[in-house]
Design a protein around this ligand. Structure first.
Ligand code: SF4
Length: 76
């Protein structure tokens, strides 16, 4: 396993997850991943998604985070 696997975690618990202001914290809620290296991808992920760039924390809340593609600018 590579070093990135050691920090694998779920979007719902990740500081890089950006969701709508009134969104419920749930595995089925969708939002943007604003991890810096992934920002060009406009990656849209659900709370039950996850990856090895996980950093634990509270999600950011911004209007447009759940649009297709995400319309919110990264706030972190
Ligand atoms: S895709 Fe990875 S970095 Fe992005 S919010 Fe989910 S766990 Fe965090």
């Amino acid at each position: 396993m590579g070093s990135r696997m050691s920090s694998w975690g779920l979007c719902i618990n990740c500081t890089w997850w950006q969701i709508e202001p009134a969104a419920t914290l749930a595995s089925t809620t969708h939002g943007r991943c604003i991890e810096q290296s992934l920002q060009p991808c406009l990656l849209r992920v659900s709370g039950g998604s996850g990856c090895g760039l996980f950093v634990g924390g509270e999600p950011a809340r911004v209007e447009g985070a759940a649009a297709c593609p995400p319309a919110a600018k990264p706030t972190r």
